[in-house]
Design a protein around this ligand. Structure first.
Ligand SMILES: O=P(O)(O)O[C@H]1O[C@H](CO)[C@@H](O)[C@H]1O
Ligand SMILES: O=c1cc[nH]c(=O)[nH]1
Length: 234
């Protein structure tokens, strides 16, 4: 047990999928895992462990934003021995050729600030995905004919951003989308010799202002879950 996870040792798998939304964790576990069992509900943050194709998997919410993800990822890695952590999240597109429901595999995650800033200080560290996971996820996405984009994303501390000038510069520099957790996940994984990847589905578009309803963000992103599972065990 940790302050935020009530699972006993051995109840968390080495492979953990992490959606921001705890109800997406429940939906994904009930939809894709065999015999999913609840292993955490402290503070309403749900975690389930079950089997996928003979492999043990945990699907555990991260909450929204890097400080929240950092708590769960740190505890999953250092107290439960998680080795492969794949974020399955929604994101807002920043490029014209990226559409709603497209899948994005985040090769890198730019950021202004993360919970690791205090350690990294003046270093403009470049958080990046694990190459083996990224390669396998791309192959899985292409086999599904998912409309997939591989490239850089932006991990923001705020959902309601008031820096249109910064968004403009990111669009200009090819950043595909914005979300709120990947940069810290990649940084923690590097620090602890783990593998990490963010597989994202576009839920809204910063240029066209299209947006999916909240129910779709909770439980309609099946391709991204399957891509993450296939990549984890490729
Ligand atoms: O859909 P999830 O995984 O929560 O991810 C995105 O959605 C939340 C904001 O609505 C942030 O957590 C952002 O990263
Ligand atoms: O962080 C996020 C997630 C989805 N859409 C956004 O615009 N931002």
């Amino acid at each position: 047990m940790t302050p935020h996870i009530r699972a006993a040792k051995g109840e968390i798998a080495e492979t953990v999928l992490m959606p921001g939304d705890p109800l997406r964790a429940k939906w994904a576990a009930e939809t894709f895992l065999e015999s999913p069992r609840l292993v955490n509900d402290v503070r309403g943050m749900l975690g389930f462990t079950g089997m996928w194709n003979g492999n043990e998997v945990t699907i555990h919410g991260s909450g929204m934003g890097m400080p929240s993800l950092s708590i769960y990822a740190n505890e999953l890695i250092s107290q439960y021995g998680a080795k492969t952590l794949i974020r399955i999240g929604s994101c807002g597109a920043m490029q014209k050729d990226v559409a709603i429901r497209d899948v994005i595999l985040a090769m890198t995650a730019s950021t202004i600030s993360t919970p690791s800033r205090g350690i990294l200080r003046e270093l403009n560290y470049a958080p990046c995905a694990d190459w083996t996971l990224l390669k396998a996820a791309e192959a899985a996405a292409l086999a599904k004919a998912s409309n997939v984009h591989v490239g850089g994303i932006y991990s923001s501390d705020v959902f309601y951003d008031e820096r249109p000038d910064l968004t403009e510069q990111m669009t200009r520099h090819g950043v595909l989308a914005v979300e709120m957790e990947a940069a810290e996940l990649y940084t923690l994984a590097a620090r602890h010799d783990c593998r990490a990847l963010a597989v994202l589905t576009v839920s809204d578009h910063l240029l066209t202002h299209e947006a999916l309803p909240s129910e779709d963000r909770q439980s309609s992103f099946g391709d991204m879950v399957e891509i993450a599972l296939e990549a984890a065990f490729a």
